[in-house]
Ligand binder design. Sequence first.
Ligand SMILES: C[C@H](CNC(=O)c1ccc(S(N)(=O)=O)cc1)Cn1ccc2ccccc21
Ligand SMILES: [Zn+2]
Length: 262
Amino acid sequence: QHCWGYGEEDGPSEWHRYFPIAEGNRQSPINIVSNQAVFNPSLKPLVFVYDQCTSINLSNNGHSVMVEFDDNDDKTVISGGPLEGSYRLKQFHFHWGTQRNSGSEHTVDGKPYPCELHLVHWNARAYSSFGEAAAAPDGLVVIGVFLETGGQHPGLNRLTDALYMVKFKGTKTQFDDFNPRCLLPSSFEYWTYPGSLTTPPLNESVIWVVLKEPIKVSEKQMEKFRKTVLFSGEEEEQRVHMVNNYRPPQPLNGRQVHASFK
Ligand SMILES: C[C@H](CNC(=O)c1ccc(S(N)(=O)=O)cc1)Cn1ccc2ccccc21
Ligand SMILES: [Zn+2]
């Protein structure tokens, strides 16, 4: 497997060497220009069926911190919106910066947020595994949620308090009964467009659904991400904080961004 990262030598500008699709025509993230998004009245409301969700673990994969879910049946799915049928929740993870003026992957009218949450779902009706879906044009749906600094987010504390357990790349800890519904904003208004994974292998297999309303988290909670988790493994002598694990916006290449709202 080709190693890649977010540094000078192995960062987003170098990914095209091993992953030529980095220069494809439906890459993510993008800058969302709000006044160019086309209101699409046929877009349905998003439906999150997260009540029976079974989180399994919290892990540090050297690129992000991730919570994985049991996706052996349709108990945790998303449907509606631009979607045909339901998509199963596989995992969620984050991308963040060193301070409040950078960190998100998508930007809105050129404005980045300090952090962006990705809830990754796959089309279990059409494909028999996440990996198979991850390689198909309609295989994945990722819900993007912006995190903005403001008051403390109570639901996030259980996660930020567990980050010390996954300080190093390759570490994993049991993390059950976490329902990501608490990480959703009150409004489910969204922008949607056809895109890709924002990390290698950068597959062009994602229907992106980016929620307009950010959730508020405290500066202290953001600092926990920046100060606790490392890109590096326990055996490496260089300890590098996991920060700026975001890909910058990519060319729109004529894609239409639709809005669920006027
Ligand atoms: C593509 C997969 C690794 N990548 C991802 O799963 C992934 C998901 C979401 C994003 S983002 N930032 O766009 O939301 C980026 C990468 C490897 N893989 C291949 C087969 C497979 C099977 C199980 C688990 C992982 C597997
Ligand atoms: Zn992501």
